[in-house]
Design a protein around this ligand. Structure first.
Ligand SMILES: NC(=O)c1ccc[n+]([C@@H]2O[C@H](COP(=O)([O-])OP(=O)(O)OC[C@H]3O[C@@H](n4cnc5c(N)ncnc54)[C@H](O)[C@@H]3O)[C@@H](O)[C@H]2O)c1
Length: 346
């Protein structure tokens, strides 16, 4: 398959590139590095099936045209994703959700490709329904500090559905919950990277509010497995186009999470409490019934195991850090659908 991936230099994009190349697919990455890292492109530049275009997808996606270059899939993952990054780039974040998504949809339409949007659990806002099923419409502040991200993704979902209904485009929408793993930027600003890096530096762990707000944490290989399975499903009619939550339903309060970090990196680490930021959601936990039924998918990497892998990577000597494994793996079809539960192999 030939895949165009926007946001390829990001954290998730780099892992998705790795797995697609392992599957023998050809990947064209597109990124403008607004929140991504050059080294996530450099990891793959020598691979014969990888090519890269530096571009702002909100302005257009300059792919070579012609029959031989047709893509089978356009995966739209470009968007700043962590609160510090999208709050520093509010207009760019709105634009990549709006114009960037339309450009990616138009590309898919012109190439006869299928399209996938990386949406987010942020579309549920500070939810009044718990856990959150895909049928929940959310509770979002339309003009608060997080709105540039939440509303951009809500618009991105709306225009994706409009292209599906108007043009019959083959579309998929995933709603990603909090995901972590190697290759996240140290200044990502979300709780996993904040606390892991503070602990590695021997600093106090910062907890916002009283730490009773909850999150669920998904290891990145589980997310990537879910994405590949959704790309692999093709015969479920309109049910296929509905959003699919991909996240780990194990729920931790932030204080419990800080305790796990202490257990792994030093019981003596202090915890420092700070005021809760505006519109910080109090509860987050995916209802993954739909992903289980549609994809036979569920997360396979428990929190402590995922954190050990991430910390092990951060502690590895510089030359060995974040290195992808690019040996080709059997495709999902070759592995057989009977083994589709228990994702997370990486
Ligand atoms: N990581 C998570 O926990 C999480 C949760 C929910 C949703 N998501 C979604 O998954 C996707 C990837 O997230 P991530 O954590 O890897 O974030 P990231 O910031 O590491 O990666 C996003 C990439 O998109 C690129 N980008 C942004 N705007 C662009 C533009 N206009 N043109 C070209 N490239 C652009 C950035 O430079 C970056 O490389 C995002 O769409 C995000 O909203 C991630």
């Amino acid at each position: 398959m030939k895949v165009l991936l926007t946001g390829s230099a990001g954290f998730v994009g780099s892992h998705l590139t790795e797995r697609l190349l392992q599957g023998g697919h050809r990947v064209t990455g597109v990124d403008n590095y607004i929140s991504g890292q050059h080294r996530n492109t450099e990891l793959f530049l020598d691979h014969p099936n990888f090519s890269f275009i530096e571009a702002d997808v909100s302005r257009g996606i300059p792919v070579p045209t012609g029959k031989a270059d047709k893509f089978d899939w356009v995966l739209h993952f470009a968007s700043p994703a962590s609160p510090p990054h999208y709050q520093q780039n509010q207009i760019e974040t709105l634009m990549v959700g709006a114009q960037g998504t339309q450009n990616a949809l138009e590309l898919a339409r012109s190439q006869g490709a299928s399209f996938m949007l990386a949406s987010t659990s942020e579309v549920y806002g500070d939810p009044h329904v718990h856990p959150q099923p895909e049928s929940y419409w959310g509770h979002v502040n339309p003009n608060g500090l997080r709105s540039c991200y939440d509303e951009a993704k809500r618009y991105a979902e709306a225009i994706t559905f409009a292209y599906q209904r108007t043009h019959g485009l083959d579309t998929r929408v995933i709603r990603i919950f909090n995901t972590y793993g190697p290759r996240m930027r140290a200044d990502d600003g979300r709780v996993v990277t904040n606390l892991v890096h503070q602990a590695l530096r021997g600093e106090a762990l910062t907890v916002y509010g009283d730490g009773s707000q909850t999150r669920s944490f998904q290891y990145v290989s589980d997310l990537v497995e879910g994405v590949l399975r959704l790309m692999d499903v093709s015969s479920l009619g309109s049910d296929l186009h509905g959003p699919v939550n991909l996240g780990n339903p194990d729920e931790y309060s932030i204080l419990e999470f800080a305790t796990v970090i202490r257990e792994l990196l030093g019981e003596g680490l202090k915890i420092e409490f700070r005021p809760l930021p505006q519109d910080d959601p109090m509860q987050r936990r995916p209802d993954i019934t739909r992903a289980r039924a549609l994809l036979g998918w569920q997360p396979g990497v428990p929190l402590r195991e995922g954190l050990r892998r991430m910390i092990g990577d951060l502690q590895a000597p510089p030359g060995l850090r974040e290195q992808p494994s690019l040996r080709e793996q059997p495709s999902l079809q070759e592995k057989g659908r009977g083994t589709r539960i228990a994702a997370g192999a990486d």
